[in-house]
Design a protein. Sequence first.
Lengths: 180, 139
Amino acid sequence: MDIGLSCSQTLRDKFQEIAAGRDIRIVDDARFVLVEAGFPQPPGRICIVFTGDDYLEVMDLLMKGTAEETIISNTIAGFHNNRYMVIDIGDILYIHSDGSEIRCVTKTHTCFLKKTLAYYEKSLYHRGVLRINKSQLVNMMNVREIVPWFNSRYVLVLENQVELEVSRLYARALRKALDI
Amino acid sequence: MSKINFINIMKSFFLGVFIGICLNAGSHNTFWEWLYIALIGGLIGFVIGGITEVATAFLPISIAKPKIYFLINGLIAVGVAVVVFLLINHFFNAKSMTTEDIVKFVMIIMIINLANILDYFMYKRANKKLKIYKERIEE
């Protein structure tokens, strides 16, 4: 995603800091320009004007926008038997972090993923893939039943009968996502 | 120990206080007697809640099934009822138990069972919400 900036140097530095960690490029000829009130609006572009007070909201919007951009595809890339393979998000049962390895268990295979669990947590959230404990993400679309368990925990029964524990910490987030 | 939820133990304390208040209903106790009974109820709830939290933290999730969860909950309810009955029998001679005492005893069991029934409806609701969530994501 390309964006332009017309703002003070302080805010420019902050935006560049955010852009560095994401798929955002700050360029001069971008179609969308973030304009701080009082700074010139480049002609022929779509300008989003903000004041110095609400720049945090603009940053938040920018981050959400780019997070959503990463889930446009219905697939992710995995590694199985020394070959890259395309995994349909709908086929994912759960993603498991085991030290340095990220394993993705699908309906038919178990393969390895290249990026971090936090990356998949953020990018697949809107596709129904939620964090359930410190080392696992689960695709809620393939959850057959939610079983309440003691100590404010849940157990999720998947379509293939595998049972995964939702820890107390993430049970709250699960309740929020499901609006329970 | 990390699995133990202290909030649940506090909830048990307040459930015990509530039961204590229910036991006070209709009696001609003074304020301090009323408070004493409510706090004793809370203390019993706190102890039972604590024991339950610690004991259930050791249960493996491999046995997690709705039937088993509600069976264990039911057994805890029966266990609590038996403990309360034995305490009543010990402190107040059973022969001198009046109909009012029996009504109070039944009331305690009903409150515990009500909490279990509520839990069952929460389980049903969670699975209904899961279905709605899936439909929303599919859209």
